[in-house]
Design a binder for this molecule. Structure first.
Ligand SMILES: C[S@@+](CC[C@H](N)C(=O)[O-])C[C@H]1O[C@@H](n2cnc3c(N)ncnc32)[C@H](O)[C@@H]1O
Length: 260
C-alpha cells in the first residue's frame, strides 16, 4: 500500500484559522512532522497521529532539510497518511516548494493544502488591510532573513507605491529602516510590528520609519515571531482595530464557549 503526504499550512497559530481541509486531514493522519511555530492546540487536532517536531525551535539542533525530505518519503513508502505541517502557508518562506519537489522526484503522491499566511493574516488581525483603495494598491512581502534577499527587492520599489511586509525581519529592522529612508521614504511613514498574531500572547508595536531601527521589543513579545508592516495602511488600524478587537460581542463569547 502506498502512502500519501499532505503539505499543510497551519496558519498563524490559532487553530480556528486552519482551513476545513487541514483540520479534516489532521484528524485522519497517521504521522505528523511539524514546524516550530505550529501550536499545541493545532497538533491536538491529530489525536491518532505520531507527532515529530522537525523545526528549528523544537528544542534540538535544526534538522537538515534533506533529512526532512527523507523522513516524509520513508513514512509515505510505509503506507502512512503523512502530514507535513508548517506555519502560515507552506509555500511562503516555508521551503514547502522544496519538499513538494523532493516528493515528486521520489514518486510519492502528495497534495498541498494552503494556509493563511502571516504576511496577510497578522496585519489583518491587527486591523491593517495590506491594500486599501487610494492608500496602497499593492503589497510586497520580503524575508528579512538576509539583506541580500530584501535589498534588491526594496531598492527596486519607488517609495510609497506598495505596503511592505517583512517576515523574519526583527533582527534586520535597523537595516530595513536605513535602506527605506535612504530610498526617500518619509520618516513619518507608519510602521507596525505584529508579534504572535492570533495567539493569546499577541502584541503590537506601533511607530514610524524613523523609530523602527531602535524599536524596543516589548518584554511580553520576547521569543514570539514578528511581522513588520510598513506603509500608510498601518494608520487604518486606529479605527479598524479599535472597532474589531476592542468590542467583544455576545456572538464571539458564544463561539469561544463552543470551542471550549
Ligand atoms: C519561516 S517564516 C514562515 C512563514 C509562513 N510560511 C507564513 O506563511 O506565515 C516565519 C515568519 O513568519 C512570521 N510569523 C509566523 N507566525 C506569526 C505570527 N503568529 N505572528 C506574526 N508573525 C508570524 C514571522 O515573521 C516569522 O519569523
Amino acid at each position: 500500500m502506498s502512502g500519501f503526504v499532505s503539505l499543510i499550512g497551519a496558519g498563524p497559530g490559532d487553530p480556528d484559522l486552519l482551513t476545513v481541509r487541514a483540520a479534516r486531514t489532521l484528524a485522519q493522519a497517521d504521522i505528523v512532522f511539524y514546524d516550530a511555530l505550529v501550536s499545541a492546540e493545532t497538533l491536538a487536532l491529530a489525536p491518532r497521529a505520531q507527532r515529530f517536531g522537525v523545526g528549528k525551535r523544537c528544542g534540538r539542533a535544526a534538522i537538515r532539510q534533506e533529512t526532512i525530505h527523507a523522513l516524509l518519503i520513508r513514512a509515505a513508502r510505509r503506507g502512512k497518511r503523512v502530514v507535513r505541517l508548517k506555519g502560515g502557508d507552506p509555500f511562503v518562506f516555508g521551503r514547502g516548494g522544496e519538499e513538494a519537489l523532493a516528493l515528486a522526484a521520489a514518486g510519492v503522491a502528495f497534495e498541498v493544502v494552503p494556509g493563511l499566511t502571516s504576511a496577510v493574516t497578522a496585519p489583518a488581525l491587527a486591523g491593517i488591510p495590506v491594500t486599501h483603495r487610494g492608500v496602497a494598491s499593492a503589497f510586497v512581502v520580503v524575508s528579512g532573513h538576509a539583506e541580500s534577499s530584501f535589498r534588491p527587492v526594496l531598492e527596486s520599489l519607488a517609495p510609497g507605491v506598495a505596503t511592505i511586509v517583512v517576515l523574519m525581519g526583527l533582527h534586520a529592522r535597523a537595516a530595513l529602516a536605513a535602506l527605506l529612508l535612504g530610498r526617500g521614504m518619509p520618516a513619518r511613514t507608519p510602521v507596525a510590528i505584529l508579534f504572535g498574531a492570533s495567539t493569546e500572547a499577541a502584541a503590537v508595536w506601533r511607530g514610524d520609519l524613523a523609530s523602527l531601527g531602535a524599536a524596543v521589543i516589548p518584554e511580553a513579545a520576547t521569543g514570539l515571531p514578528g511581522t513588520i508592516v510598513i506603509g500608510e495602511v498601518v494608520s487604518l488600524a486606529d479605527v479598524i482595530a479599535a472597532r474589531s478587537n476592542g468590542s467583544s460581542s455576545q456572538w464571539q463569547e458564544e463561539r469561544r464557549h463552543a470551542r471550549g
